[in-house]
Design a protein around this ligand. Structure first.
Ligand code: NAD
Length: 448
């Protein structure tokens, strides 16, 4: 049995049977059987069904948010925001169904047409940190393009995804189109990756497992989209609004208890303002409210598991410059932590995936860009400056997929999201995601 815990209390909240290869195979067969009818649904009807799913998510928003809070330990305010985004994602892709156009291309002797064909059965594999959000980022475009789906949530946090599968049925999406199978990644996930009837894997998770997914997909030349880890830089120039940058920095790395692929976990600060910035950052860090995720004022909850807490603690064995408060007693708590570091230190090289930020000084724009890019990852990042030309120059120079200027938010329903380098490839969200769930077919028609 898979025992599912509330990480804030360590209480059992569910027990689920472990998924198996047989269960995965049955789900793929069901999705395969449902594909011909689903791809044939008229675009306006498919859009209507996705819109209905968005409406049901809105109707069940509080229930879903509580489920997410209890299973992931995230503050209820954050969970409500995330569920709101899930509804917006389905609204967006409902609107996108009939706007994913082909082209006509001038050629000699006739005309060339392109069609955007669905792939067939797609396997969607999601992590434990934003279970419902990330499921929707994949499910929305996959369904809009006419694919059927086997969706595998992480074993630690399957509950909201299982509920989403039920809501999809209730919305009228035909049986077999959305199949949720929870189970171990090395069994159910691996089977989806290798299954000859799965056309594509949309994967979000660690770079380590992403590498395995890519290797496993090679056997059947399966398409893959990989949204992997990050070690993003929050670059604060001397000409930034320091108060604003420092007030925003904790949210960018302690949000979701640092268990965020976009966490700006390297804070790069111009040496000339370093001391002043650290002072401001200390005050902002100590002000983060850590505690009961179900309380509306809470800004940070616990880590996901005892094992993960040990990994996070291993990054701060040499002590910390700033350490916030955290509850005692049951729950996988870890305080907001700031360490002063160089970019060569382990805390600056590896993804901690916990509330630990490394502050690193730099001298001048060139060095800032060099340090920010000196990482195998390339997912996200921020630039703080009041100089518009510098903001654009640095934005172009950074090797990362999703950036923000004078802000730390870079995830929006309408805009593409994804990584450079070992943070993966392919894009989610926006109209860009549709490319990852369809194949371009070119048809030549002779007019002679
Ligand atoms: P993980 O890689 O351990 O697991 C992710 C998913 O893959 C889970 O569902 C797991 O069961 C499954 N899996 C594990 N082994 C597998 C295998 N051999 N074959 C197929 N599937 C397998 O990641 P996690 O610990 O759940 O999540 C944290 C990681 O996810 C972090 O590295 C984080 O940066 C990353 N992440 C990336 C993004 C992004 O969009 N780039 C978003 C959120 C999280």
């Amino acid at each position: 049995m898979n025992v599912v815990l509330n990480p804030a209390t360590e209480e059992r909240i569910a027990e689920l049977p472990h998924g198996s290869v047989e269960v995965a195979d049955r789900a793929v067969a069901t999705a395969r059987a449902a594909f011909p009818a689903w791809r044939a649904v008229a675009p306006e009807d498919r859009a209507r069904l996705l819109r209905r799913l968005a409406g049901l998510v809105e109707e069940h928003a509080e229930e879903l948010a509580l489920l997410e809070t209890r299973n992931v330990g995230k503050p209820i305010g954050d969970a409500r925001g995330e569920v709101g985004m899930v509804a917006d994602v389905f609204h967006f892709y409902a609107g996108a169904v009939d706007k994913h156009h082909g082209e006509t291309i001038p050629v000699s002797g006739g005309v060339d047409l392109t069609f955007r064909e669905p792939l067939g059965v797609v396997g969607l594999i999601t992590p434990w940190n934003f279970p419902l959000n990330i499921a929707s980022w994949k499910l929305g475009p996959a369904l809009a393009c006419g694919n059927t789906v086997v969706l595998k949530p992480a074993e630690l946090t399957p509950l909201s995804t299982i509920r989403l599968g039920e809501l999809a049925l209730e919305a009228g999406i035909p049986e077999g189109v959305v199949n949720v199978v929870s189970g171990p990644g090395s069994v159910v996930g691996q089977r989806l990756v290798e299954h000859p009837d799965v056309a594509k894997i949309g994967f979000t998770g660690s770079t380590e497992v992403g590498r395995r997914v890519m290797e496993g997909a090679a056997g059947t030349i399966k398409r893959v989209t990989l949204e992997l880890g990050g070690k993003s830089a929050n670059v604060v120039f001397a000409d930034a609004d320091l108060e604003r940058a420092a007030a925003a920095a904790p949210g960018a790395v302690f949000g979701n208890a640092g268990q965020d692929c976009c966490a700006r976990s390297r804070i790069l600060v111009d040496r000339s303002v370093y001391d002043r910035f650290l002072e401001l950052l200390e005050a902002a860090t100590r002000a983060v409210k850590v505690g009961d995720p179900e309380s509306p004022d809470t800004q940070m909850g616990p880590l996901i598991s005892a094992e993960h807490r040990e990994t996070v603690a291993s990054f701060v064995e040499d002590g910390a410059a700033i350490r916030g408060a955290a509850p005692e007693g049951p729950g996988f708590w870890f305080p907001c932590t700031i360490v002063e570091a160089t970019n060569d230190d382990r805390v600056a090289r590896e993804e901690v995936f916990g509330p630990v930020a490394a502050v690193i000084p730099f001298e001048g724009e060139e060095e800032a860009v060099r340090i920010a890019n000196d990482t195998p990852y390339g997912l996200s990042g921020s630039i703080w400056t009041e100089n518009g030309a510098r903001a654009l120059r640095v934005a172009r120079a950074l090797e990362t997929g999703v950036l923000s200027v004078n802000s730390n938010t870079s995830v929006r329903v309408q805009a593409p999201f994804g990584g450079f380098k070992q943070s993966g490839f392919g894009r989610e969200l926006g109209l860009h995601a549709l490319a990852g769930y369809s194949e371009v077919k070119n048809v030549y028609i002779s007019t002679d």
